[in-house]
Design a protein around this ligand. Structure first.
Ligand code: GLU
Length: 471
């Protein structure tokens, strides 16, 4: 941690700034800010003829609501400070989007590319076992999910390990979310974070008076976007923004470098190109403009850093030309860079709002798991029959016939993915309106991040107060 600005401290700093715009007692702010439980784990795995000691963490930041919730990341950057910061962001994130969980996060300090699938499975199962031993996992205790470097495969291993130890526990499938759909996951979870980023940007850009202030017209269609990181979040944000929002993706950054095409990059084709060649460089029509951070400095309407933290720092903040930055990653802007950007008038959609789509759909998955049935299964046919009945009556009373296409549309129930996406869309819109309203009510609040923290803090404080712990 030496020499590095503490990520956790910078989150604490934001919380303190926001608390000034509330009347929450100081001691309660302190209780909200601190991490409730920090588990540091070391375990060996066998590599060749030797052993390697693996460093891992799970942090439960807040128990004001249970279970606690948050992903597990596999990355070389993982340390206690990072996991604490990410766990605390989960608390504010869940509160903001009314997902009734406390915040948590896990991390294993490895580069998954350096291990075989078998070794990764061993590491994941051993980590899960450690969590079970310490009572740090369970559908009502703490529910992990994917994060940077993990995905449905790891979640399936976690579930299987948990069930081996907790055989017969009826709600055991709710011990982890982000599972494969075939393993009690939910449709729409894989792309949920990117889809939520799209809904959040679209909602922000739907306010003409806010857009006017930054020299843009209302609406997302036709606007230019640059995306850093083509992992799950970045690629889905780009794909959905392009196909459903008519956004022009003009720049992409990945580990191997940055590319630019002012005429627009077809993201689907680019993903296929990268799969084939292992790189985005050389994609037809695009220009190679430099290293992984070069694209961040491109002139564009919307910049989406969707890789890791600390990408926009005091060193490059002045050169950022985007009008809107959507923090799809957690903590991509350092707090000193944030100050520079806010002063420049950039609209920053803060991480714990804009990337909340993942945990929102995790919540839907957990609800599905606890209810032991797929959304729509019970009511779809009933609803269909009821609507058919109404239409028949309307036809009888008016003497006019409803066409088959209209009839099909009006009588169908939503599929699981449609219900999930509409719940996600509603969540992202409602949360943005709350943040915006908070800023309108209190013109002293300097930016959306502070306003979002104010919203979250008020909700968490009210939970504590209603528990009777604080006056
Ligand atoms: N890792 C994701 C996040 O940072 C998702 C967490 C979850 O689904 O619990 O929000």
């Amino acid at each position: 941690m030496s020499g590095k600005i503490s990520f956790f401290k910078s989150v604490e700093h934001y919380v303190d700034q926001a608390a000034k715009y509330t009347d929450i007692p100081k001691g309660l702010v302190e209780q909200i800010r601190v991490c409730n439980l920090v588990l540091q784990i070391r375990f060996p795995i066998r590599v060749g003829n030797d052993y390697e000691v693996i460093e891992a963490y799970r942090v439960q930041h807040s128990h004001h609501r249970l279970p606690t919730k948050g992903g597990i990341r596999y990355a070389e950057s993982v340390d206690q400070d990072e996991v604490m910061a990410l766990a605390s962001l989960m608390t504010y994130k869940c509160a903001l989007v009314d997902v009734p969980f406390g915040g948590a996060k896990g991390g294993i300090r490895i580069n998954p590319n350096n291990y075989t699938t078998e070794q990764l499975q061993n590491i994941t199962r051993r980590y899960t076992t450690e969590l079970i031993k310490k009572n740090f996992i369970g559908p009502g205790i703490d529910v992990p999910a994917p994060d940077y470097g993990t995905g449905p495969r790891e979640m399936a291993w976690i579930l299987d390990t948990y069930q081996a130890f907790r055989h017969g526990e009826i709600d055991s499938i709710g011990c982890v979310t982000g599972k494969p759909v075939t393993q009690n996951g939910i449709r729409g979870r894989a792309e949920a974070t990117g889809r939520g980023v799209f809904y959040g940007i679209r909602e922000c850009m739907s306010h003409a008076e806010d857009m006017k202030k930054i020299g843009l017209t209302k609406g997302i269609a036709g606007k230019t976007m640059v995306v850093q990181g083509l992992g799950n979040v970045g690629s889905n944000t780009a794909l959905i923004s392009q196909s459903e929002g008519d956004v022009k993706i003009i720049g992409i950054a990945e580990r191997e470098g940055s590319i630019h095409d002012p005429n627009g990059i077809d993201v689907e084709k680019l993903l296929a190109f990268r799969k084939e060649t292992g790189s985005i460089i050389g994609f037809p029509g695009s220009q190679h403009i430099g290293g992984p951070s070069a694209a961040l400095e491109l002139e564009c309407d919307i910049l989406v850093p969707a890789a890791l933290e600390n990408q926009i720092t005091i060193d490059n903040a002045e050169r950022i030309k985007a009008k809107i930055i959507a923090e799809a990653a957690n903590g991509p802007i350092t707090s000193d860079a944030d100050r520079i950007l806010v002063k420049k008038g950039v609209i920053i959609l803060p991480d714990f709002y804009i990337n909340a789509g993942g945990v929102t759909v995790s919540y839907f998955e957990w609800l599905k798991n606890l209810s032991h049935h797929r959304f729509g299964r019970l009511e779809n046919r009933f609803q269909h029959n009821a609507f058919e009945g109404i239409l028949n009556k309307v036809e009888e009373m008016t003497g006019k016939e409803v066409g088959q296409r209209d009839r099909d549309f009006l009588t169908r129930g939503g599929t699981e993915v449609e219900l999930v996406n509409s719940g996600l869309e509603d969540t992202m819109i409602t949360a943005y309106q709350q943040i915006r309203e908070t800023m309108i009510q209190n013109p002293e609040i300097p930016d959306l991040r502070t306003a979002a923290f104010v919203c979250s803090l008020k909700k968490i404080a009210s939970d504590y107060i209603s528990m009777g712990i604080f006056p």
